[in-house]
Design a protein around this ligand. Structure first.
Ligand code: AP5
Ligand code: ZN
Length: 209
């Protein structure tokens, strides 16, 4: 099964994609995670992408599209199916999928109000060793694991100010994206517990699986 998971910044795309990938044995492909990995390893792409990401702006289409195409061509992706987290975000990105003959079976969109996004973004912490994402209030790391607590990091784009820019970028494109995928679109209320949201997403996947 081939799933696109979209939604505003910090709406839970990464969290739910990881759960869906595990449940349905899919490859989880996050362009945000791939770009952050490129920044950490200091590649040419990372150097170019970083300034956009730190400001909360979209990385130029040609860079993201090239990165995604390379990943989509790998055998595990073709064999197992995938959940695409945070791509496509622009019509040019949709067209790149069209040109490659890639059509999703389902496009899921998480709907979360802005005030909640602020809470989620400011409380997010992640573990650089495992990649696991926590939230200081909503999904706290185990209080007795001092080693984990010490190595938790906050993303450089996780300020309330940068969130506004990321949200603007999302709102400029989301209507066109939803229009383009209207036939396979399911909008899901993401302002509930992780498990409740997951139950709805799995139900939607079950209908196309
Ligand atoms: P990206 O990494 O995709 O960032 P984003 O879209 O802003 O989304 P986030 O990763 O911040 O949030 P999420 O929806 O994954 O939420 P999460 O599960 O972590 O992209 C980063 C940047 O890279 C972009 O700004 C852009 O520059 C660039 N980029 C990436 N893709 C691109 C593309 N295609 N084109 C151009 N540029 C691109 O959850 C958030 C927090 O909430 C966590 O703390 C979590 O624990 C908590 N949480 C999750 N679910 C719940 C729940 N149900 N209840 C309470 N808390 C919850
Ligand atoms: Zn994410």
């Amino acid at each position: 099964v081939r799933i696109i998971l979209t939604g505003p910044p910090a709406s839970g795309k990464g969290t739910q994609s990881a759960m869906l990938a595990q449940e349905f044995k899919l490859v989880h492909i996050s362009t945000g995670d791939m770009l952050r990995a490129a920044v950490v390893s200091g590649t040419e792409l990372g150097l170019q992408a970083r300034r956009y990401m730190d400001r909360g702006e979209l990385v130029p289409d040609e860079l993201v599209i090239a990165l995604l195409q390379e990943r989509m061509a790998q055998p595990d992706v073709i064999e197992r199916g995938w959940v695409l987290d945070g791509f496509p975000r622009t019509i040019a990105q949709v067209e790149s999928l069209d040109a490659a003959g890639v059509q999703p079976d389902l496009v899921l969109c998480l709907e979360v109000p802005e005030a909640e996004l602020v809470q989620r973004v400011t409380g997010r912490r992640s573990d650089p060793v495992t990649g696991r994402v926590y939230h200081l209030q909503y999904d706290p790391p185990p209080a007795d694991d001092t080693e984990l607590l010490q190595r938790l990091v906050q993303r450089s784009d996780d300020s309330e100010e940068t969130l506004r820019t990321r949200l603007d970028a999302y709102q400029q494109n989301v209507a066109k994206l939803k229009g383009r995928y209207a036939e396979v679109l399911a909008e899901v209320d993401g302002h509930r517990s992780k498990q409740e949201v997951f139950a709805d997403l799995t139900r939607a996947v079950g209908m196309v699986h």
